[in-house]
Design a protein around this ligand. Structure first.
Ligand SMILES: [Zn+2]
Length: 143
């Protein structure tokens, strides 16, 4: 039993080593996950990540407190992202506001990992998309 566990662990290391090299896709789910780079930052990206990347001018750190929350279910997103009409199934949402002493704060909410994987997106891509909204990228996503 112990030996079988060790073999499985070693295999996992080999697979993740390959998939992070950027040379090949990790295709255990039939989708191409691999290292991609955008605006100088590289990450282990889903096949659909690039469509959600914001324009470079909004893709930077937020000049305030950024609070990131990850959902576990559609119900979580429904409450986090209300009153968005599709709150339960959005991949993320952002709420920018100012504290009583006028300091910017932004809450970003990211859909459950299992759901992002199904739609070929990484949480990193969604985080950068939502952070761009914190940086005043309008909701209709102008390029
Ligand atoms: Zn958006």
């Amino acid at each position: 039993m112990r030996a079988r566990y060790l073999i499985a662990f070693a295999f996992t290391l080999i697979v993740s080593g390959d998939s992070h090299s950027g040379e090949t896709c990790s295709d255990d789910d039939g989708l191409c996950w691999k290292q991609r780079c955008y605006n100088g930052t590289c990450w282990y990206a889903g096949p659909a990540d690039m469509v959600s990347m914001p324009p470079v001018r909004y893709d930077h750190e937020f000049a305030g407190m950024l609070i990131e929350t990850h959902a576990h279910s559609f119900q979580d997103m429904a409450s986090f992202c209300a009153p968005h009409p599709r709150a339960a199934t959005v991949l993320g949402c952002a709420h920018l506001y100012y504290t009583y002493d006028n300091k910017p704060r932004c809450n970003i909410y990211i859909a459950a990992d299992w759901y992002l994987k199904q739609v070929g997106r990484s949480s990193e891509a969604i985080r950068r998309h939502e952070r761009a909204h914190c940086n005043n990228w309008p909701a209709d996503h102008p390029q």
